[in-house]
Design a binder for this molecule. Structure first.
Ligand SMILES: [Zn+2]
Length: 301
């Protein structure tokens, strides 16, 4: 069995000559085979080479800081607040008077500068941050144009039961009572009368939306002795140590604040968060379901 191979020179009319085709295209250089143009020849929004590596690394770092900040926020106690017209019963866990006779019964407290800013992802939500203006690297929220406010902070127990989003009900939680200057005047007055605020129970009420979120009326209910509180709320580890403040205020590092989406100048960041009207932050979410607090012989709530 044979194959018939048709050879070129067998083609009728073939002259037997072959034309040489000269290639005029030079072999590609290494630069031309690369997928991206060399650094320096690209627009600012495009990264190549080491710059591209750095962008990915920056993104991973931002994600890690963002995760850290969220975890940290979850572990902080809730900030105490009231809706307009509400009344809530609370017990102060700190707020002693100075024993120095020269200070004439001055209320002792810890003060911080706080920023209250809209959450970048959820603009209906407001978050507080300790101002970093006194830190060496400065405060990204100040740089973004937000003004911080001096506040005094006290640990309290909120005796009002409230329903969480998951449907469970909690009561007697330790919360952060954040007092601006107008509230401090009220607290000073009550403290002077009672010999301090620590382990005193009050009914707080908020007249209307213009009044402080922690309330503008304060009615003394009675004393809640530490020994009785320790017995009733073993989960709280009372009395609270001085490190409670360090663990409980919303302190976030510069990197964490930037990773949350705030800040103006940081490279690789999403830009300035929707700051702005910080004068009337709305309530932040716990829903009171009633004030039927069981009475206790030793405790006024
Ligand atoms: Zn600041």
């Amino acid at each position: 069995m044979g194959f018939k191979i048709k050879k070129q020179h067998d083609t009728p009319g073939d002259t037997g000559t072959t034309e040489q085709v000269q290639t005029t295209v030079a072999p590609p250089t290494a630069a031309q085979t690369a997928a991206a143009p060399p650094p320096g020849s690209t627009p600012s929004w495009m990264k190549t080479g080491a710059d591209a590596d750095a962008a990915f690394e920056q993104q991973s770092a931002n994600k890690a800081e963002f995760g850290n900040a969220l975890d940290k926020r979850k572990q902080l106690p809730w900030e105490f607040f009231m809706k307009p017209g509400e009344e809530k019963r609370i017990t102060f866990l700190d707020g002693h008077l100075s024993t120095d006779p020269a200070e004439q019964g001055r209320l002792l407290y810890s003060a911080f500068r706080f920023h209250t800013v809209r959450n970048v992802k959820f603009p209906n939500k407001w978050d507080t941050y300790v101002c970093l203006a006194d830190e060496p690297d400065g405060c990204p929220l100040c740089e973004a144009g937000d003004e911080s406010t001096w506040v005094a902070v006290f640990p309290i127990i909120d005796h009002t039961p409230f329903k969480k989003q998951d449907g469970s009900t909690v009561q007697h939680e330790i919360k952060l009572f954040v007092a601006k200057s107008i509230t401090m005047k009220l607290l000073q007055k009550k403290a002077a009368k009672l010999g301090g605020l620590a382990y005193q129970t009050f009914d707080m009420s908020r007249t209307d939306a213009k009044m402080a979120r922690v309330g503008d009326q304060m009615e003394h209910v009675g004393e809640a002795p530490l020994e009785a509180l320790v017995k009733k709320f073993p989960q709280h580890g009372l009395p609270l140590g001085p490190d409670w403040y360090l663990k409980s205020v919303p302190y976030f590092t510069r990197e964490e604040i930037l990773a949350m989406g705030y800040g103006a100048q940081a490279p690789g960041q999403p830009g300035v968060g929707p700051l702005g009207n910080t004068t009337t932050p709305p309530p932040m979410g716990d829903t009171a379901i009633g004030a039927n607090v069981p009475m206790d012989d030793d405790l006024p709530f």
